[in-house]
Each structure stands twice: as structure tokens, then as C-alpha cells.
Design a protein around this ligand. Structure first.
Ligand code: AMP
Ligand code: ZN
Length: 483
């Protein structure tokens, strides 16, 4: 496959270091709050990459960290630990917050069909690994102690400024963000490997180290966790675009200085989901979650489809109207699949192979997921029996993860139930969003109308309206939806 590599800034053919395994590392969430749907766009597109690699026959080992310490409010080394801020907001301990939001994150992932990585490691469980790396960096002169902290010395590197186009002055993190400068740093882009001099008396988690009691910086956790589980080389490292600098730049600096050789071959960065008022951000406190989408009646997989419809290297603007369109498209797609008849003859192998090749080409071209979605419609239109179409849809869905066949089966079952309910309801068919209590009310209204009891029918319509349900009469009976 061809993958855009942010390190070389071009599309490259993907060749893993070891033919039998692809080693993939993902920067995980900082668990001080719910993940917003922007964060989840990143994990979703990384999930597509993992699934496509597996589809192509690779063995993949994917590792993700959970940031539960050390990520300060600015991605430079200033501000408060985000976890501490979360704990204070909710009057709970840092570990309670971490546990709660880690579980919430994986619940959201499950709803979006994002596979859990093979290894998930909290930053707080690998302190030994960071201490080992930092010790060697000090011994070899890549790190220095100042004011009680340990810093990485970026001036030791010839090529520090990977992942940015700016000159050194613009990248002076402290200055750029208008936050105080750390005067212990020899140069502005040096970054903290280990804090002992915390400004915050109540820093909750601290560990003993050769440099005093303290806690690790944010960047070191990804190098430590990756090396612990994947060894000294890495095929693909992923993250959202905001992780590129300084986080990934710093990961490369410390990992390659520690190892003495190249660390990771391919860097994949997912661009941001923005609201129409700007970037979606967890630290601003107001953001959209998967639960909120569900409360508003959206299927989380409609959001997955929305993400798949555009390329991961383009910013994506979220609006409710866009999501409505995706939900409509998703439901129509499921309806078309539900109308196919399973078990209709053998799969036409020639058609199957030709369509599959088209799909592989699309995804193999830097994950062109929108063409991958088009391939679903091509499969529905192809001149072959329904069994062939279903086999193609099931095959593509291994990568797209839209639960197409499961949802279609659910729909077929619901339609069969509605039909049999209709026959026991005097031929009146009620369709809606799958709530039996509302189905019952809508049916009673339709029956009252049929019996010309309009007062009763109107009163039930009012009752439904008060519940936020709109009823439309159809030829067979009535259908309803939440408004
Ligand atoms: P965090 O939990 O803040 O460490 O972020 C988790 C992941 O979401 C990281 O890979 C970020 O780069 C990514 N991310 C943050 N904001 C957005 C956004 N608006 N759209 C897409 N990805 C994002
Ligand atoms: Zn990371």
C-alpha cells in the first residue's frame, strides 16, 4: 500500500521492517475528560489503517498509551497537569478520574467499531522504562539537570525541527503561547524529561528517581511504552496533527538519541475535526461526545460513515446538517442491503475478485476511504446475484467497520416483526425508530382514526407531540420520528 509519510512529506510505498509483523504505535488519550468526536476521528482513521493492514494479510501489533500523568496544559512544559485539573474539577482522585475516563473512552470506541489496540498501557505503569532512557540520555550528554528537573538538550541534534516548517524563533513554545518561560532551559525548545521541581504542591502522583521524587514529562511516555512493547524499531506511529509538534518531534529526538539509530519509518497524522466556530478542543470544556450524538438520536456509526466520506489528511467541518446527511445515507444504505436476499446461489468469483481489487486500490492509495464507500455502492449495482453482493459488502466492511450486514439483518427482522404486528393490528403497519411504547401509541391513534374517533386520534397525536414525536400517515398505517 501507499501511505503519506509526514516525515518525508510524500506518499511512500509501505514496507514493514519485518515481513511477518507490522509494529504500530498510537498516541492515546489524556484521560481527564471525555473524548470528543474530534479525538475520535483520529482514532477512527487509525483504526481503518490497522484494519486495512490486516485485510492486506499483515500481522499487526498495535500499542497505545493512556496519558494519566505529565501532560501539562500547554504542550510545552508549562501550565498545570491536565489530570490534576480534572481531578479537582470533579473532587475525585487522579486515579479515579483516569479509570473513569479510560473506560468511557473504550465505550465510545466500541460504539464506533474502533478495535481496542493489542496493548493498552497507562503512562503511570512504565516509570522504570522512562528512568532507564533518561539515565542513558544524561550519561551520553543528550540531557542535563537544571533547577531540579531533567531536560533534553535539543542543541545536540543536527536535525531537531522535523514536522514543522517554521524557523527556530517561531517555534519558541513559551513565547508563542504567551505563557511563562522556563528559565532552567538552555534553549527554548529543550523539553522536560523528568520533573522534580513541580510548581504544584499537590501534584498527586510522584515516584522516586535518581534525580529526586517527581514525575515524567509527557513525551517520554510514548518512547518508553513503545520500546517496552515493540522493541527498538517501529513501522508506523500515528496521532492527530496537533501531536506532530512538539510531541512527535520530541519523541524522535529522545528515542533516536537513546537508541543511536533511526526509530520509526512512517508517521501518520490525522487532520482535525473542526466545528464551524473553530477547532474542537477538550480543554475548552465544551465539546461534542458520542453520548451526545446518541441522545440526539444519531447512530454512532453514522458518524463513522461521515468520517469515512472524507480523507484523513483534510480538515473536516462538523455541522449537524452534515451529520443528518450521513445518517440519511447510512440508513438508506442499510435499507438497500436489507432488501438483498441471502443464500441466492454461489458467489461469482470473477466479479468478486474484480470489485475487491478496486476496493484494495482505493484504500491502498493512502486510505482513500471515500472511494472505499463508493465501492459499497458499486457492489450493490454490480450485475451479479445477491450472494455475490453480500459477500463483497461483508468483505469491504472488514475495513470500513460499518456493521453493514448486522444492521441489515436487524432491519429485516424489525420489518418482519412489523408485518406480523400489522396483521394482528388489523393490517395497520407502524414504522418508526424502534421504541415499542411509541409504536403502541401510534398504532392506537391509527386505529382510532380508522374507527373515525377523531377526538381520540387527535388527543394521542398531542400526547406524542409532547414527547417530541412526529407522526406521518402512510398508505399502510403510520410512521413516526423524533424531532
Ligand atoms: P488528547 O486526549 O488531547 O491527548 O488527544 C487525543 C488525540 O486526539 C490526539 O491524537 C490528538 O492529536 C487528537 N485530536 C485532538 N483534537 C482533535 C480534533 N479536533 N480533531 C481530530 N483529532 C484531534
Ligand atoms: Zn505520544
Amino acid at each position: 500500500m501507499y501511505l503519506y509519510n509526514s516525515a518525508s512529506r510524500r506518499k511512500e510505498e509501505f514496507v514493514p521492517n519485518h515481513p511477518d509483523i507490522v509494529k504500530m504505535y498510537t498516541c492515546g488519550p489524556t484521560v481527564y475528560h471525555f473524548a470528543h468526536i474530534g479525538n475520535l476521528r483520529t482514532y477512527l482513521m487509525e483504526d481503518v489503517l490497522e484494519k486495512f493492514l490486516r485485510y492486506e494479510g499483515y500481522n499487526v501489533k498495535r500499542v497505545m498509551n493512556i496519558t494519566d500523568v505529565g501532560h501539562l496544559s500547554s504542550d510545552g512544559d508549562t501550565g498545570e497537569d491536565k489530570m490534576l485539573k480534572g481531578a479537582r474539577r470533579e473532587h475525585k482522585s487522579v486515579m479515579d478520574i483516569a479509570r473513569f475516563y479510560t473506560d468511557a473512552f473504550f465505550d465510545d470506541c466500541r460504539k464506533l467499531n474502533i478495535k481496542r489496540p493489542d496493548v493498552v498501557e497507562p503512562a503511570t505503569s512504565c516509570i522504570d522504562a522512562y528512568i532507564r532512557i533518561i539515565t542513558r540520555l544524561i550519561d551520553t550528554g543528550y540531557a542535563y539537570r537544571a533547577g531540579g528537573n531533567v531536560y533534553f538538550d535539543t542543541s545536540r541534534l543536527e536535525r531537531y525541527y522535523i514536522f514543522n516548517d517554521y524557523d527556530a524563533e517561531d517555534l519558541a513554545v513559551g513565547v508563542r503561547e504567551g505563557v511563562e518561560e522556563d528559565t532552567n532551559k538552555r534553549s527554548k525548545n529543550d523539553f522536560v524529561l523528568w520533573f522534580t521541581q513541580s510548581k504544584f504542591e499537590d501534584q498527586a502522583l510522584k515516584w522516586d528517581s535518581p534525580w529526586g521524587v517527581g514525575y515524567p514529562g509527557w513525551h517520554i511516555e510514548c518512547s518508553g511504552i513503545s520500546m517496552k512493547h515493540l522493541g527498538e524499531d517501529l513501522d508506523i506511529h500515528c496521532g492527530g496533527i496537533d501531536n506532530a509538534f512538539p510531541h512527535h518531534t520530541n519523541e524522535i529526538a529522545q528515542s533516536e538519541s537513546y537508541l543511536g539509530h533511526k526509530w520509526c519509518n512512517y508517521w501518520m497524522h490525522v487532520l482535525h475535526l473542526n466545528s464551524n466556530t473553530g477547532k474542537m478542543s477538550k480543554s475548552k470544556g465544551e465539546f461534542l461526545t458520542v453520548s451526545l450524538l446518541e441522545e440526539r438520536g444519531y447512530d454512532p456509526l453514522a458518524y463513522r460513515l461521515f468520517c469515512l466520506q472524507s480523507h484523513y489528511r483534510k480538515n473536516l467541518v462538523f455541522t449537524w446538517e452534515n451529520l443528518d446527511n450521513a445518517q440519511g445515507t447510512y440508513q438508506k444504505l442499510i435499507a438497500r442491503i436489507a432488501a438483498l436476499t441471502p443464500g441466492e446461489g454461489p458467489v461469482d468469483q470473477e466479479v468478486f475478485a474484480a470489485q475487491r481489487e478496486k476496493f484494495r486500490k482505493a484504500l491502498g492509495n493512502d486510505l482513500n476511504t471515500s472511494l472505499g464507500v463508493t465501492a459499497l455502492y458499486d457492489a450493490l449495482k454490480v450485475s451479479a446475484n445477491d450472494e455475490t453482493k453480500l459477500a463483497l459488502l461483508a468483505d469491504f466492511d472488514q475495513v470500513l467497520g460499518l456493521s453493514l450486514l448486522e444492521k441489515a439483518a436487524d432491519r429485516r427482522e424489525a420489518e418482519a416483526k412489523a408485518k406480523s404486528a400489522a396483521s394482528s393490528a388489523g393490517g395497520i403497519v407502524v414504522t418508526g425508530e424502534g421504541d415499542p411504547a411509541i409504536d403502541e401509541l401510534v398504532l392506537r391513534r391509527a386505529q382510532a382514526k380508522k374507527a373515525r374517533d377523531f377526538a381520540q386520534a387527535d388527543s394521542i397525536r398531542e400526547e406524542l407531540r409532547a414527547m417530541g414525536v412526529e407522526v406521518t400517515d402512510t398508505k399502510e398505517g403510520a410512521s413516526w420520528r423524533r424531532v
